[in-house]
Design a protein around this ligand. Structure first.
Ligand SMILES: Cc1cc2nc3c(=O)[nH]c(=O)nc-3n(C[C@H](O)[C@H](O)[C@H](O)COP(=O)(O)OP(=O)(O)OC[C@H]3O[C@@H](n4cnc5c(N)ncnc54)[C@H](O)[C@@H]3O)c2cc1C
Length: 593
């Protein structure tokens, strides 16, 4: 057993993890553990932009950004968190620029900004240009910039180390257990302060924009250590996944003027969101597409619609809206180079010549590990902090995104709250001591990995995973109903039994045993899926991304509160015991777009 000691350990090397590590490293000896090589983290695939009310092209204010975030989140966003996000976004983007991030520029040298869903001028209600971008590779640029800066600050990277357990000593965090993927050996990282930044879990659904590695390891490790999770029923389906694969086609396409079209050639969002149309929030647009498909207005009667960014279409609608701007094919190619490639490679479509086939795709976890606005993990609805434990990025539930995240707000979240986690860790390490490691800190996880490695049942992880993903897609997806979700929950529990008692893993070796680690990841997906389905079943209202056909209205009397879900014995307990912060004074209203 290898034992390492660092003041601060960060699990995850995406935007949130590296921002946390960068700031922690300025005051503490810091290590980053990542199952992927850092620059392969999912942040690198983020396309459209990072939101900040710089107001470079037209008037914008942080107050509008905060309100749009709260409204987009269907009033489940904590307003103190939305305020921090919107205010600090401005400085965070400038900081990235100074670190060397090559943003697209306006003629006057300022950072270029474009429109994105739900971002508006609160006075005129029209879309506002708030998304700062580097072509359609914004996340890639963020990740490269942060990695280079971490290297400069001598952050210690443990690449291709797969964390498998959080070590708690009583109610205090003491470290992390990780498997070196190369050798298969277990390593213990003893630390004073730990940040989890492990990203999302979109692989729980069969159509997803998420990378293979997004399997909810972080929340599963917390859950298995008796810690609660928050708002797990809220999972966003992005409206424009390339049909049928689900590969993401950024909202930036609509930000540049692209429109959604049904089989009759209608721009159907005019009916669902008369003011903001194709740039309504994602939950609204995803539902509209499903309804069009249900009414047999999908293209050729199938389960998709078109997104049209051909210059002649865009220019026609720009003229109709009385805008002087016009675009041509070269402009589309320059602003959306990766999208052009994805469409050609995966769908054989050139977007400047033909419309793009799209359908909703599982995209983003609004819920996760509960934290306060300082990125400190809390253990209950009374805001009790767990000293030394932090979470940031998609895995965390601050909760700034509430019931539905606005586009570009995740990248902002990573930078703003990743930085907070880093600052907190550095401060904490200055005065805190190491919590001693408990006896045999890796014993339980070692036994579990051995069980998986030597399992000789009949069910392959691939088959269990496939069943889980289609069950979640069909029954805990964009539209939800009591009986369907109850069925899903039963199936998940059966799959958990199979996983426990009838698993078959081929590779019994030690080195690069990805068979073993993928099976372990499946266990995480199963645990988190059970929590998701149970929380979705319990919340009897429709809010943001959680849309119930049997309870179609939002119910602020009974459900204007965060869902806290606590592990209890072999089961779970759900409580709405964390109130929503309304400190900006935005009382819940009906959302009109
Ligand atoms: C295709 C796509 C496009 C997007 N576009 C945008 C956009 O334009 N704007 C926007 O705001 N948002 C966008 N998003 C959302 C946003 O990119 C993500 O929410 C965000 O990047 C997540 O960052 P993160 O740092 O939390 O985690 P990630 O970047 O996902 O990184 C997770 C890290 O955790 C590590 N990890 C996970 N589990 C373990 C483990 N068990 N052991 C060790 N390491 C582990 C991984 O190795 C990785 O380094 C997009 C998402 C996708 C999928």
């Amino acid at each position: 057993m290898h034992i390492h000691q660092f003041d601060a350990v960060v699990v995850g090397a995406g935007g949130a993890g590296m921002m946390a590590a960068l700031y922690a490293s300025r005051g503490a000896r810091t290590a980053v553990i990542s199952k992927l090589y850092p620059t392969r983290s999912h942040t690198g695939t983020a396309q459209g932009g990072i939101g900040a009310s710089l107001g470079n092209l037209e008037e914008d204010r942080w107050e509008w950004h905060a309100f749009d975030t709260v409204k987009g989140g269907d009033y489940l966003s904590d307003q103190n968190a939305a305020k921090v996000l919107a205010q600090e976004a401005i400085e965070a983007v400038i900081e990235l620029e100074w670190m060397g991030l090559p943003f697209d520029r306006n003629d006057d040298g300022t950072i270029s900004q474009r429109r994105f869903g739900g971002h508006t001028n609160n006075e005129t209600k029209k879309p506002v240009r708030r998304a700062c971008h580097s072509a359609d590779r914004t996340g890639h640029m963020i990740l490269q910039t942060l990695y280079q800066n971490c290297i400069k600050e001598n952050v210690n990277f443990f690449d291709e180390f797969h964390a498998v357990d959080l070590i708690m000593n009583g109610d205090r965090p003491a470290g992390v257990v990780a498997v070196s993927i190369d050798t298969g050996e277990l390593h213990i990282f003893h630390a004073k302060a730990i940040t989890f930044a492990t990203g999302g879990w979109g692989r729980m659904w069969s159509t997803t924009s998420n990378a293979h590695t997004l399997t909810g390891d972080g929340p599963a490790m917390f859950w298995r250590n008796g810690l609660p999770l928050q708002d797990m029923e809220f999972f966003q389906f992005h409206p424009t996944g390339l049909y049928p694969l689900g590969v993401l086609i950024t909202e930036g396409v609509r930000g540049e003027g692209g429109v959604l079209i049904n089989d009759r050639g209608e721009r159907f969002m005019e009916r669902y969101a008369p003011t903001i149309k194709d740039l309504a929030s994602r939950d609204v647009v995803s539902r509209a597409i499903y309804l069009e498909v249900r009414e047999k207005r999908g293209i050729k009667g199938k389960e998709y619609v078109y997104m049209d960014v051909r210059p002649e279409t865009v220019n026609r609608y720009l003229a109709e809206a009385g805008e002087s701007r016009r675009i041509d094919a070269d402009y589309v190619r320059a602003k959306l180079p990766d999208i052009m490639d994805f469409c050609k490679i995966y769908a054989g479509v050139d977007p400047v010549e033909s419309p793009i086939p799209i359908a909703p795709t599982a995209h983003y976890a609004m819920g996760g590990i509960p934290t306060n606005i300082h990125a400190q993990v809390i253990r209950d609805g009374k805001e009790t902090v767990i000293p030394g434990l932090y979470a940031a990025g998609e895995v965390a539930c601050v909760s700034v995104h509430g019931a539905n995240r606005l586009g570009t707000n995740s990248l902002t979240d990573l930078i703003v709250f990743g930085r907070k986690a880093g600052q907190q860790m550095a401060d904490y390490c200055r005065h805190a001591d190491f919590v001693p490691l408990p006896d045999n800190p890796a014993g339980a996880i070692e036994a579990e990995l051995e069980r998986i490695r030597s399992s000789k049942g009949k069910q392959r992880p691939y088959d269990i995973r496939k069943k889980l993903r289609s069950e979640m897609m069909d029954k805990v997806g964009v539209f939800r109903q009591e009986d369907m979700m109850a069925e899903a929950l039963e199936t998940i529990r059966q799959l958990k039994e199979d996983y426990r008692n009838d698993l078959a893993v081929d590779d019994q070796g030690r080195r690069f045993n990805t068979d073993l680690l993928e099976a372990w990841e499946l266990g995480c997906l199963l645990d988190i899926a059970e929590v998701t389905a149970a929380c979705a079943l319990e919340r009897k209202e429709s809010r943001g991304a959680h849309s119930r056909e049997d309870y179609p209205k939002r119910d602020d009397v009974n459900y204007l509160a965060h869902t806290m879900v606590y592990p209890e014995g072999d089961g779970l307990r759900i409580a709405y015991d964390r109130p929503v912060d309304l400190s900006l004074g935005h009382e819940p209203k009906e959302r009109v777009y």
